[in-house]
Design a protein around this ligand. Sequence first.
Ligand SMILES: [Zn+2]
Length: 157
Amino acid sequence: MEIPEGSGLEKYLKDFESKGNIKDFIKPVFEEIMLFLKKKLLITFHDIILTKCYRSKDFDRICLEEGITGEYPLAIIIHSRSFSIPDRIAVDLQRMGTYAKSFVFNFILVVMEELIHSACPLKTELEVGAIMFPLAEEFMGIKLSDDFKKMSENMRT
Ligand SMILES: [Zn+2]
């Protein structure tokens, strides 16, 4: 994947490298993605808790509790059934990639997807994908190939 100069992806990659740890990187990016989606889609969000799983085994346990079978995705959303309880997004940080580039790319993409699920709980995977891909491209300043979109469509939950 090419990283265009001056793109959002380049900015976040530099940010990640300068922070030197995942924890400090995640929170501001999560908030910026949320703000971006609010502006672009004119949506509001339910309260959301981000559960950061630094080890895949912690993430897998959550998937198991949620009854998810088959290959686990990189993130899941657990929709709250009450307004007083926040939605919960769990992310598998370990499987997002060893390289900074893949980690940053995957993190932005899956967080964006789960946030759209949170704001639009009735939309299907296909509908969420159709909303997400152009916004992810805009946010990161890159072009996602059709092959990538198709592949990712099959993996998403
Ligand atoms: Zn999804």
